[in-house]
Design a protein around this ligand. Structure first.
Ligand code: ZN
Length: 274
């Protein structure tokens, strides 16, 4: 009996020590994550990161890194949702839930494939720079309305919502890039105007610097459902004209796409830098 009691005491001691080790390990991991790697975590939600840092504040010398969330919205899809939706919260005016988008006049590449490809290249670059990245769609076989796309940004409390599109014109002449922003008098989400405008400014400037694309500047309008439903800093970038054969072909080269990725990522960095 006595031996059994000793055994039980020893076992309890072992369990207590290993439990302590596990707790210690968790804190150690969090502490080191806070200083170097937590920005790279892609799975943890913003809320859990926040509550974790609150729990650990007593054991940390530094607060948890303030990881920013970037939601990327690759425009369009091969599958269209049917019907229409209000252009903004409470709006009586409606628009088609999504449109098929444009297509390269020389390459035949669809805008939806191109934008998904671009988002897939941007994601690892942004993660490398410390952002949490969420995509509104990860394939082209599902339908996504513009309201739903904005909802992804809202649900993730995005610090920046970047809508990726390529432009089309009646004529094959126009080239260059623009960002599309809400106006200061937007009836649905005007309170985000200054942050949206800052994001639009940073993005178009950095993008054109990195790619050498002609800048068409920031265009302000209030008829884009995805911009109007977003409650977070939002911009839509038209990366170039797929209706211009030269720009279309250029945009499908790996070398130019690498510049596009750098330009957009630099613009996001600059938005958060000051
Ligand atoms: Zn588009």
């Amino acid at each position: 009996m006595k031996h059994q009691n000793i055994l039980i005491v020893v076992m309890i001691a072992i369990i207590a020590v290993s439990a302590g080790a596990v707790l210690y390990d968790v804190h150690a991991r969090n502490a080191s994550a806070a200083t170097s790697t937590s920005k790279k975590t892609t799975t943890a939600s913003k809320t859990s990161t926040a509550s974790q840092s609150k729990t650990d504040s007593s054991t940390q010398t530094k607060p948890a890194a303030n990881q920013k969330t970037v939601v990327l919205d690759p425009g369009h899809s091969a599958v269209m949702p049917s019907g229409s939706e209000p252009v903004g919260p409470g709006a009586s005016e409606t628009k088609a839930k999504d449109m098929v988008g444009t297509k390269g006049v020389a390459t035949g590449v669809t805008e939806y494939d191109f934008m998904l490809n671009l988002a897939n290249k941007l994601k690892p670059e942004l993660e490398k720079r410390g952002y949490k990245v969420v995509l509104t769609r990860t394939d082209s076989n599902s339908a996504h309305s513009c309201v739903e796309r904005a909802q992804v940004a809202n649900d993730n409390n995005a610090d920046a919502f970047i809508r990726l599109h390529a432009n089309a014109a009646e004529s094959s002449t126009p080239t260059g890039a623009m960002t599309i922003n809400i106006t200061a008098h937007n009836p649905y989400t005007a309170s985000t105007y200054s942050q949206c405008r800052k994001l639009s400014d940073c993005l178009i400037k950095a993008y054109c610097t990195a790619t050498g694309a002609k800048s068409e500047g920031v265009v302000e309008r209030d008829d884009l459902t995805g911009n109007n439903w977003a409650k977070v800093p939002t911009t839509l970038i038209e990366v170039g004209y797929m209706t211009n054969p030269t720009e279309d072909k250029l945009m499908q080269t790996d070398a130019y796409q690498a510049k596009m990725v750098q330009g957009i990522a630099n613009g996001i960095d600059q938005f958060f830098a000051n």
